[in-house]
Write a protein that binds this ligand. Sequence first.
Ligand SMILES: Cc1cc2nc3c(=O)[nH]c(=O)nc-3n(C[C@H](O)[C@H](O)[C@H](O)COP(=O)(O)OP(=O)(O)OC[C@H]3O[C@@H](n4cnc5c(N)ncnc54)[C@H](O)[C@@H]3O)c2cc1C
Length: 396
Amino acid sequence: MDKKQVAIIGAGISGLLACKYCISKGFNPIVFDLESDIGGVWLKTIKTTRLQAPKALYQFTDFPWPESVIDHFPTQQQMLDYLRTYATHFGLMRHIKLQSRVETISYDGPSSPAWNSSGETFPKWNVSVNHTRTGTTQVVSIIGYVVDFVILCLGRFKDVPNIPKFPAGKGPEVFRGKAIHSMEYAAMDHDKAAALVKGKKVVVVGFGKTGLDIARECSSANDVRSCMILYMPDPDNFFDEVEKKSINLKKSKHISFYENGICIDEDKTQIEAEVVIFATGFKGEEKLKDIFESSRFGHFIAGSPRVPLYRAKWVAALLEGAFKLPSVDEMEKDIARWDEYMKQSTGEYHYRSPVGALEIWYNDQLCKDMGMNRMRKNGLFANLFEPHGPMDYVKH
Ligand SMILES: Cc1cc2nc3c(=O)[nH]c(=O)nc-3n(C[C@H](O)[C@H](O)[C@H](O)COP(=O)(O)OP(=O)(O)OC[C@H]3O[C@@H](n4cnc5c(N)ncnc54)[C@H](O)[C@@H]3O)c2cc1C
């Protein structure tokens, strides 16, 4: 059988999964990642980052956590070791080209429809890759690959920082201190990151997990110095630090810079700062849109992608011809229905809201497509009411 050439962009968890399942179906995928190692977001994090989900809910169905990892919330290093062992165990490394940034993807096929709805023939895609080799001198070469199918595993929480826009004269350019995104802080050597905030007045902008973690790192590096703009309850000992005043909280919708710090626009108060760290997230969808040479494909990126569980296996089954895609028209209608549903259930926050309760249902649909049993527990009641986790999918 004539096997399609598959390109996978990204060697984080999603890319590794896609690679593994493509190999299992007899394909010979080629994986590109711009970094010098696999692991995606887990390759470099701030010092105190751990898995947020309990490890029992965050593991490969066919490769459980080793018994040596006792902690329920593994460290970044344990996560990375786990991913490396997974990749080695399934022979993925020989498919992966590191330091290989995909610059653009262009489509080479009939103008409409953009993909084939019968699933039998596929157009070609041109993937332009910037390979960097670092030795005594850095060598860069651009190579074009022609493939039948591209799986985008670019990730959402990396590479393209989301930094608020400021009116002219009110942004970081007027600030005398240092303003960086959490991505730069995470990329630093841990000692350098600690030195950056040591003995400084630090403002962390953002109330997500990264913001809280950075604020905590600042507070352990200092006494009564760090400040954070946020509004969010958090467990652990975060509020102990708040009580000790080593972390101060301030809620604000609008901020701006002045030469010695941050200005809270609502009440015009000024917070002195020497370092400002934006823990304001990433623009993952832009990365997806921008990778296509033609802006036309950017318009096809629909809403917020959901978790990768089972997707990789599903895509590999599609490529194998185990089932066919619905028509483009039907898919577009389905996307519109989902969008409407999300808006109704979560209002203006629908792009950010998790659809946790629907994940099980969603996975059921994927199982159905693949002709697999949707009853993963012993008995109807257990299937309906017991919690579902990765290991429920092992028998498939
Ligand atoms: C600090 C942190 C903690 C997290 N904790 C949890 C958690 O506890 N539980 C949970 O469920 N999720 C967590 N997440 C979410 C996490 O992003 C996912 O769980 C998962 O690791 C994402 O994997 P991914 O492969 O989809 O993306 P990524 O890990 O982002 O991998 C994408 C890869 O694509 C590469 N890439 C991007 N663009 C290009 C290009 N143009 N060319 C070549 N390569 C490219 C990148 O270098 C990267 O290696 C966390 C995220 C972060 C940032």
